[in-house]
Design a protein around this ligand. Structure first.
Ligand code: F6R
Length: 369
C-alpha cells in the first residue's frame, strides 16, 4: 500500500502531481469558467461577502496564508488568516457578510471545529476545504470544497497541503468570476497554468536526487532557518515545520523582510538558511530584495540554500546550493517551491533513522482542544 516507497510520507510526496490534478479535475468547463456548483452557497450571498477569514491550524493554516495573497489579489476582498484556537478565544468581528473558510485535512481538528461553531453562532457563512469526505467540519459547514488528495496516512501533511492550496486558488478564482467578468481572460489563463502544475511538480520530484544528498550531509545540523517573502513566506514556515516535526531539528521560518528587525542576529558562520526566492518576473523589486537578503546573510557566514525559478541566474553567485523549480505565475509558485523542502525534511529524518510516518509526540488528527 506504500506503492513501493519505504514510507507513506515518501509515497505521499510523490502522489502530489495526482493530488493537485485530481483537485482541479471537473471544476472548470472548456471555456475556462469555474463550475463550483457543488458549493451550494447562493452565488448572490457569496457576492455580498466583504471579508474572508481563514481558520485552520498548522500546515493547513499555511495553506490559508498562501490563499490570502491570491484571493486578495484576484478578488480585492480582505482576507484574514487566523489560527483556529486564537480566533475562538478573542472577540473576533464576524457577521453575516463574513465568509469563513475552514481548512482542515482531517475535518476532525477540534480547534477548528470549535472555531467553526463559534463563527456560525455569529452569523457567518462557513465553507470548509477538507480532504476527508463526510467528516465533522464539512458536515457542520454551510458548504464544502473537497480536496481530492486521497487518504493521507503519514502524520506530517504533504499532499493535503498542496491540494488545499489548489482548492483555495479555485475558490479565489470562482469568487473573482462571480464578482464580474473583468478578469475572465485572466482566470482562464490561470486555470491553464494550474493545469500545467502537476507535470511541473513531477519535474521537481524527478530532480530531487541533489536535495536528498544535501539532506544526508546535513544530518548533524542543529538548527536551520527558512526565509521567504510574499507567498514564499508561508512556504518558508511550512519548510521549517516539516523539519521540526520529522527530524526534531530546531527550525524557524521568517519573512525575509524581518531579517534586519531581529533574526539576522542569529546568523553566524555555517548557519544553514533556506531562501525561497520569488520569481524575477514577479512583483516590483521583490526578487532583488530577496537576493540582497541572501547577500547580507552570506556575508555573515550563512550557508545559503536557495529555491529559485529556472533561469534565475542572479542567485547563483550567492548560493551554496540552488534548487530550481519550473516557471509558473508567481502566485502559484508555492505548489512547486514547497516540494524540495518536504523532500529535504523527509530525507534528513530518514538519514537520522527516524520514523517519518509517525513522528514522536504527534497524532494525525488532533481531536482535543
Ligand atoms: C503538519 C500537520 C499539522 C496539521 C494540523 C491541522 O504536518 O500535519 O500541523 O496540519 O494539525 O490538521 P487538519 O488539517 O487535519 O485540521
Amino acid at each position: 500500500e506504500k506503492g513501493g516507497y519505504p514510507s507513506f510520507m515518501e509515497k505521499e510526496i510523490n502522489d502530489q502531481p495526482q493530488a493537485v490534478g485530481d483537485t482541479l479535475l471537473g471544476r472548470s468547463d472548456v471555456e475556462g469558467r469555474l463550475t463550483l456548483d457543488e458549493l451550494r452557497i447562493d452565488p448572490e450571498e457569496l457576492k455580498a461577502i466583504n471579508k474572508i477569514m481563514v481558520l485552520a491550524c498548522g500546515t493547513s493554516a499555511y495553506a490559508g496564508q498562501v490563499a490570502k495573497y491570491a484571493i486578495e489579489h484576484w478578488c480585492r476582498i480582505p482576507v484574514e488568516v487566523e489560527l483556529s484556537h486564537e480566533f475562538r478565544y478573542r472577540d473576533p468581528i464576524v457577521d453575516n457578510h463574513t465568509l469563513i473558510v475552514a481548512i482542515s485535512q482531517s475535518g476532525e481538528t477540534m480547534d477548528t471545529l470549535m472555531a467553526v461553531r463559534y463563527a456560525k453562532e455569529q452569523g457567518a457563512k462557513v465553507l470548509a476545504i477538507c480532504n476527508t469526505n463526510g467528516s465533522t467540519i464539512p458536515r457542520e459547514s454551510d458548504a464544502v470544497l473537497y480536496t481530492h488528495a486521497g487518504p493521507e496516512i503519514a502524520v506530517a501533511s504533504t499532499k493535503a497541503f498542496l491540494a488545499q492550496i489548489t482548492a483555495a486558488y479555485l475558490l479565489g478564482l470562482y469568487l473573482a468570476q462571480l464578482r464580474g467578468d473583468k478578469f475572465q481572460g485572466e482566470i482562464k489563463d490561470l486555470l491553464t497554468d494550474l493545469a500545467k502544475v502537476p507535470a511541473k511538480i513531477q519535474q521537481v520530484l524527478d530532480n530531487s536526487g541533489q536535495i536528498k544528498e544535501l539532506a544526508e550531509l546535513m544530518a548533524d545540523t542543529k538548527s536551520v532557518l527558512f526565509l521567504g517573502r510574499h507567498v514564499g513566506f508561508p512556504v518558508a514556515m511550512e519548510g521549517a515545520l516539516k523539519l521540526k516535526e520529522l527530524a526534531y531539528i530546531h527550525a524557524e521560518g521568517f519573512a525575509a523582510g524581518e531579517l534586519k528587525h531581529g533574526p539576522i542576529a542569529l546568523i553566524e558562520e555555517g548557519q544553514p538558511v533556506f531562501v525561497v526566492v520569488p520569481s524575477p518576473r514577479g512583483r516590483d523589486s521583490l526578487h532583488a530584495k530577496v537576493v540582497s537578503n541572501i547577500q547580507e546573510i552570506r556575508a555573515r557566514g550563512a550557508k545559503t540554500i536557495v529555491i529559485a525559478e529556472e533561469g534565475d541566474d542572479a542567485v547563483k553567485a550567492y548560493a551554496e546550493h540552488v534548487f530550481y523549480v519550473p516557471e509558473t505565475p508567481p502566485l502559484l509558485a508555492p505548489l512547486l517551491t514547497t516540494v524540495p523542502l518536504q523532500i529535504f525534511a523527509c530525507a534528513l529524518a530518514t538519514a537520522k533513522g527516524y520514523d517519518v510516518d509517525q513522528p514522536r509526540n504527534l497524532a494525525k488528527s488532533v481531536t482535543v482542544e
